[in-house]
Design a protein around this ligand. Structure first.
Ligand code: GRF
Length: 199
């Protein structure tokens, strides 16, 4: 399984995937980490592991489509099969989605379809729900929608702040993201086998 990972921030989910591969829990390799924010800690995490990194700064492209074209070109250069959005804080367009049909995976810090968009953890706190969590799903054009692969529930405690709650959600993210990647890859393989079986 040849993975490309895209991250904008701390990259703890990137790290979790890399670690699962090292621990042989996930049979894959990370071909490249693409990051859009020069300060992203994800880049130094990748460098430490000897994983190739490419900085693509969205501010240098005239619109989302042109930016996504550059991303697709880069992913092709690195021979990427599956794309993981691990804290990628840009809205993606059909340019990217159509280039990797059913092969783009996103992680979101809520139990979708609740609390889509940014500040999902704050949204959950504000809504007063007692349980939230995280979702790994296939990416569709509409933000934070698409077939759900895995979810994990996290209770909201009375003293929770956005930081304490997000930290507990991330523990679950790091657990389910590698599992969901394996699951998606397996399911995809089965679909392909049965389709070619019919033909
Ligand atoms: C995660 O909480 C993820 O659900 C959201 O962005 C955050 C990224 O965290 N999409 P990290 O950069 O992987 O630490």
């Amino acid at each position: 399984l040849k993975l490309g990972i895209m991250a904008s921030g701390s990259g703890s989910n990137f790290e979790a995937v890399a670690q699962a591969i090292d621990d042989k829990q996930l049979n894959a390799q990370i071909q490249v980490l693409i990051y859009n924010n020069p300060a992203a800690k994800a880049a130094s995490r990748a460098a430490k592991r000897g994983i190739e990194t490419v900085l693509l700064n969205h501010r240098e492209y005239k619109n989302r489509e042109v930016f996504d074209q550059k991303i697709v070109q880069t992913l092709r250069e690195y021979d990427v099969e599956w794309l993981i959005l691990a804290g990628w804080m840009r809205v993606v367009t059909s340019v990217l989605i159509d280039a990797f049909p059913d092969r783009i995976i996103n992680i979101h810090p809520s139990l979708l379809p609740s609390f889509k968009g940014i500040h999902a953890v704050e949204q959950a706190l504000k809504a007063g729900v007692k349980i939230t969590g995280c979702t790994v799903h296939l990416v569709r054009l509409e933000v934070d929608s698409g077939p759900i692969l895995m979810q994990a529930a996290v209770p909201i405690l009375p003293d929770d702040t956005a930081e304490t709650l997000h930290a507990r959600i991330q523990v679950q993210e790091h657990r389910i993201l590698p599992q969901a990647i394996a699951l998606a890859a397996q399911a995809n393989l089965i679909t392909h086998v049965s389709v070619s079986g019919i033909g």
